[in-house]
Design a protein around this ligand. Sequence first.
Ligand code: GLY
Ligand code: MN
Ligand code: MN
Length: 432
Amino acid sequence: MSATLFNQQLEHIAHLQREYDALLAQHGFDSLAIYSGHAAMHFADDHAASFQSYGHFMHWVGLADVQHSWLVIQPGKRPQLHLYAPDDFWHLTTQLPDEPWVSALDIKLCTRRTTPSLDGKAAVIGDVASLPQDTQQALNAERAPDALMRSLDELRVTKTPYEIACLREANRLAMAGHQAAQAAFIGASGELDIQLAYLAASRQRESLVPYQNIIGLNEHAGVLHYQHYELTPPKQRFSLLVDAGRRFRGYCADITRAYAGADAPEAFAELVTALHGLKDELVYSIAPGVDFVALHERMHEHLAEILVAHDLFKGTPEQAVTDGVTRAFCPHGLGHLLGIQVHDVAGLRHPDGSPAPAPQDHPALRLTRTLRPGMVVTIEPGLYFIPMLLEPLRDKALPVNWALIDELLPCGGIRIEDNVLVTESGHDNLTP
Ligand code: GLY
Ligand code: MN
Ligand code: MN
């Protein structure tokens, strides 16, 4: 661990201690218990579903796979970690990382599943409802009120230098995977082979990815959250879309790249280049004070220009936006907050915690805030050929170039996604 990262982590923990102390005092609590969560078992089986620890738990310890454990935060005292570490010869005993947070917390190894004893007026957060009834009753704490929850979420919106370093490293590791995925595509691999190449190069097992990697060849590139990996390579190679990430110390990368294959029409390769240009332009616009909804709308205006410039739409760019044509080509939002969760908390809130819902015309937008330094956001413009969304346009007598669209349908779609830090003076693209 570099001296810089070491010190940044200590400062991150000290920052959390100060902020939690102040928030607990403000909301009138003497202690807060944070439950890590635990994996659910498949019904009537002894096999557990994949799991990730609760975000507010990871905020302190960065471990994404800790179960049945508790953090206890009390103003003015060292935080306690009650770490579940059973005597178990079936599994490897819980190992603590060689990181400075370990010495900043009082760590108690628990061989049994326990609940911590809490002093004074206590609150609890986490998936407590999944605990057995008697365990819930043994907890001498109330569920944290919404106002406290909103404040704790807000604390995750702007990142500390340590968190930014982790997000940058997650991006670096993910990019190694993306390069391997591109090479596998050039080598005519199938979806599963591309996924395996990605996992190997980004050094992670599948159960630890921050979200299921989306690896779509041809028309699968137009299924926004395509969830399978075909075993057999297709005969023709029109396109590949890879939306794949990596965790580092709990923090997520969320990167998408799209490629034209040997069998793609020239128009598709040109659109891929145009979407890279659009992503770059939007990244350059990132700065404190930028309204993300306005930036999302700007994405639609630029998409409309691309549709016209590439002869997909024979009307004006203004008409493509007002008649909902750009929304049929790109039904998702421009991006979201990124951190311990891929879709990080509080994207649809104002800084005071009040709701800031997505606009009616853009219900899938996950971030409506005004940007400020320390936020990390994704910028992910897309352009897809999704039959279900394009079909209704056919009845509307719009000047859409259906012949070209029909030619592009086998290519599925394009998304280009980077992870960007808002700085005091502008932005810093964390995606190498
Ligand atoms: N990978 C999910 C997303 O881009 O939001
Ligand atoms: Mn994303
Ligand atoms: Mn993504």
